[in-house]
Design a protein around this ligand. Structure first.
Ligand code: DC
Length: 228
């Protein structure tokens, strides 16, 4: 079967826009596979750090990294983050930290890293379909996707969503610092030369500031019903 016949829905947007939750709801609802591309970048950052491989010697170590880079996702249950497995081990807690997010954002701006991750992402396109969550899913990785969604929300709303999420695992989170960090990360993701975060021209932009994830799911399913 031609890969291009396997349907894809892309969900892009900045951190805290709701794309993680909405992608999870959609994947569960449709019974499709999920690609959490942010988690793929986070896992690479985690592995490189663990192995003390820097960007400078990444090319020399590329074959080693390729062999070791075995990542899987479990869509999990609503309310819990999509689980990330590296070489069969659940590393969700290690990669879903703000510190890892920041390091990943810097690493992901490098073209060597993006070239490495590109084919890994495409491998997730399997039957019966794929929900691809990220920053450049509709613009670069799956430009031929059946449906492209771009989620956005105000910086304050996105920061308070992150705050509520982190508060459950870390009582010391500070809203002011979180807001600054989110703004900094948005800037890195939007201003980088390679695959910057932006809506695909043929995407549907949904502002989720005042919407709950179920409403967003409803809207996407309404669009999807005429397309796939
Ligand atoms: O969605 P996230 O917070 O897990 O993503 C972590 C970082 O990974 C994000 O700051 C930028 C990078 N990323 C990317 O460059 N391209 C993607 N498709 C997904 C994530």
């Amino acid at each position: 079967m031609n890969m291009k016949q396997i349907p894809v829905i892309t969900i892009d947007g900045p951190s805290g826009s709701g794309k993680g939750t909405v992608s999870q709801l959609l994947a569960i609802d449709l019974g499709w596979n999920i690609l959490d591309s942010g988690a793929l970048y986070r896992t690479l950052a985690y592995y490189l750090k663990k192995e003390k491989i820097s960007l400078e010697n990444f090319l020399d170590k590329k074959e080693q990294v390729k062999k070791a880079f075995e990542v899987n996702f479990d869509v999990g249950t609503i309310g819990e983050p999509v689980r990330v497995f590296f070489q069969g081990k659940d590393i969700t807690q290690h990669v879903r930290t703000e510190e890892m997010a920041r390091e990943t954002s810097i690493l992901a701006a490098d073209p060597l890293i993006r070239d490495f991750i590109r084919p890994c992402q495409k491998e997730f396109r399997r039957l019966p379909g794929l929900v691809a969550d990220g920053r450049d899913m509709g613009t670069v990785i799956f430009p031929e996707a059946n449906i492209k969604i771009y989620l956005t929300a105000s910086l304050e709303e996105r920061a308070s969503r992150r705050y509520r999420q982190l508060k459950t695992v870390d009582s010391k989170v500070n809203m002011r610092i979180l807001l600054d960090k989110l703004a900094e990360r948005d800037k890195i993701d939007k201003e980088r030369d390679h695959s910057p975060l932006k809506p695909a021209e043929d995407s549907l932009v949904i502002d989720t500031t005042n919407l709950n994830p179920w409403k967003v799911l409803e809207e996407i399913k309404r669009i999807a019903s005429g397309e796939i």
